[in-house]
Design a protein around this ligand. Structure first.
Ligand SMILES: C[S@@+](CC[C@H](N)C(=O)[O-])C[C@H]1O[C@@H](n2cnc3c(N)ncnc32)[C@H](O)[C@@H]1O
Length: 273
């Protein structure tokens, strides 16, 4: 499966092309392992609404205001689990899903076909800063643990404002940098997190709100995700061997302790003005 190059190279956005390449390489390399170990939702934290990623995906859709018959963008769709869960639960919902990774595009397309949703969910390989969709094409957009990959949130928000109709919603569930990264341990863990997951320096929740208003959104809600935990996700990194628990192929590379990492998990609900 091929994917277009980054149009951002030639228009002054080139400083970030290397960052986008890192993200694409990470997900092209690791997505088959993520799917084998964790399934088709790939989120670090789940909400306290049930033990499965599906329960969290449906709760996030509720918070985003997804309704039957609407047309939504899944910006940073991973291997298709969230789009599959949400489309299955909402009659007639249409979803265009985008990922930077051609490998993920293939995995997500297969997952959605397996669930009988190929006629309602289309998976594209595209950069969410430069979307192949018309102005006001969508009732809303959700971004589950994908916005943190943007090296230019102002540009991402401007692009989301372009493709979401007036009155439509954008819902972001993600990690945000704490306003102060005070200790050396916090600085070290932040760099480790960025290195491991190909992340740029994350912006704070306050910075996102400011940029969202500039891009033409009203901020409806911006709050920490109460009770969110990484228990499920951590569990997907281990398996039971003859001598007890051991890291699996996912955990071998990604089970790294970062106790001082200076991020908060939060949600941001925006409405296009
Ligand atoms: C941690 S995964 C989350 C996947 C999915 N949202 C989920 O909940 O399972 C991050 C996703 O963001 C996507 N992503 C990161 N930067 C992107 C960009 N510039 N354009 C499109 N997708 C991007 C990656 O390709 C990957 O699919």
């Amino acid at each position: 499966m091929t994917c277009p190059g980054f149009r951002s190279d030639g228009d002054g956005f080139g400083a970030t092309a290397a960052q986008l390449s890192r993200v694409r390489a990470l997900y092209d390399t690791w997505s088959p392992t993520f799917v084998a170990c964790a399934g088709t939702t790939h989120q670090t934290v789940l909400l306290p609404v049930g033990p499965t990623p599906t329960a969290t995906n449906l709760e996030l859709a509720k918070r985003a205001g997804v309704a039957a018959g609407e047309h939504w963008l899944d910006a940073g769709c991973g291997a298709g689990g969230p789009a599959g869960d949400i489309a299955s639960a909402h009659n007639g919902l249409l979803v265009d899903a985008v990922t930077l990774s051609p490998v993920q595009q293939g995995l997500a397309s297969a997952e959605l076909a397996r669930r009988g949703l190929a006629d309602r969910v289309a998976v594209h390989c595209a950069d969410y800063h430069d979307l192949p969709f018309a102005d006001a094409a969508f009732d809303g957009a959700w971004l589950f643990e994908s916005a943190c990959y943007s090296p230019d949130p102002a540009r991402l928000l401007a692009e989301l404002r372009r493709v979401v109709r007036r009155g439509g919603r954008v819902y972001v569930k993600d990690l945000f940098r704490k306003p102060r990264v005070a200790s050396a341990a916090a600085q070290r863990d932040l760099l480790l997190l960025q290195e491991l997951w190909a992340l740029p320096t994350p912006a704070t929740l306050a910075q996102w709100q400011k940029l969202a208003r500039t891009a033409g959104f009203a901020v409806v809600r911006a709050a920490p995700l109460e009770g969110a935990t990484a228990y499920w996700y951590t569990g997907t990194m281990f398996e039971l061997g003859p001598a007890g628990l051991r890291r699996n192929a996912f955990g071998e590379h990604f089970a790294v302790n970062m106790p001082a990492v200076p991020v908060v998990w939060a949600e941001l609900l925006l409405q296009a003005a």
